[in-house]
Structure formats: structure tokens, C-alpha cells
Design a binder for this molecule. Structure first.
Ligand SMILES: [Zn+2]
Length: 152
């Protein structure tokens, strides 16, 4: 006769739940040891068998220790990646004619241009209405050009 209101709380003592183990340092299945109202107060880790205060699972999105970054020498890194990108772009656009850069010139995405001070570069981005982001060997520069309107 007495209906249990099981829907009210899915968590109860002796049930399994996913929690963050403070000892194993990861999300693991735990058995609930103690409840505080509707909240889980204490859990026992099924892996290390330790009892500890309940912690919310960190979720699968949290990168584990395997995702540790390989450290690179800091300062030159940014410079190097631009040059690598530039070399890649120059290689993939090597058959393209080089347009001399001028503020009145018309350029499109992927155009190769030659700037009197920065050298050869590739248009990586068009910034409306009249700016270009150009990838040069050692830097990315924003340059003025004739703009979108005048190309029509
Ligand atoms: Zn554990």
C-alpha cells in the first residue's frame, strides 16, 4: 500500500554514484556512505576503498594527466609558428603571381603580395571594409587596401 516516493531522491545510502575520488584523483564509482538531506555527504571509493567527503565528478571533459603539454621554449615559440605558417602558405601559393602591395590595390583572401618593408606575404583575412591581415615571414600585419567596395 505505502508507495515509496522513489522519484524524489535517486541518491541514498548504499547506492552507487559517480564522484570525484580525492585519493585516486579521478571520477570513479563510489558507494554512498552518508546522506545529508538530499545531498550526498560521504562516499566510499570502490577503487581505493577509502571513505571521503563527496565531491562532484569533474566530468569527462577534464583533461587527465595524459594531456599534459609538452613544454616548448617559451619566447621564440610564437615567432616560430608564424614563420612555419608563412612557409606553408608560400609553398601552397607558389604558383600564384605576387601582387605589389599598395593601399589602393585590390586584394582577396589568399592573395600573395609583396610589401616594400615586410617582404612577401599572404592575405589571411579580410577585415571589412578596407583592411587586410597579411601573414609575413616574421609577423602578421594589418594593412590598408582599397577595400571591398572598389573591387566591384
Ligand atoms: Zn579512490
Amino acid at each position: 500500500m505505502a508507495r515509496s516516493t522513489s522519484a524524489a531522491s535517486s541518491s541514498s545510502v548504499a547506492k552507487e554514484t559517480l564522484a570525484f575520488c580525492t585519493s585516486c584523483k579521478m571520477d570513479l564509482n563510489h558507494v554512498i556512505v552518508a546522506m545529508k538531506g538530499d545531498r550526498i555527504a560521504k562516499v566510499q571509493c570502490l577503487t581505493c576503498k577509502k571513505e571521503h567527503v563527496y565531491r562532484n565528478p569533474k566530468g569527462a571533459t577534464e583533461p587527465g594527466p595524459k594531456a599534459t603539454r609538452t613544454r616548448k621554449s617559451s619566447s621564440e615559440d610564437g615567432q616560430h609558428s608564424i614563420e612555419a605558417e608563412w612557409e606553408k602558405l608560400m609553398a601552397s601559393h607558389k604558383d600564384q603571381p605576387v601582387k605589389p602591395y599598395s593601399t589602393k590595390g585590390a586584394f582577396e583572401l589568399g592573395d600573395k603580395l609583396n610589401h616594400p618593408s615586410f617582404g612577401e606575404g599572404i592575405v589571411g583575412k579580410l577585415i571589412y571594409p578596407n583592411k587586410l591581415e597579411v601573414i609575413f615571414r616574421s609577423d602578421v600585419k594589418v594593412l590598408i587596401y582599397a577595400g571591398v567596395a572598389s573591387t566591384f
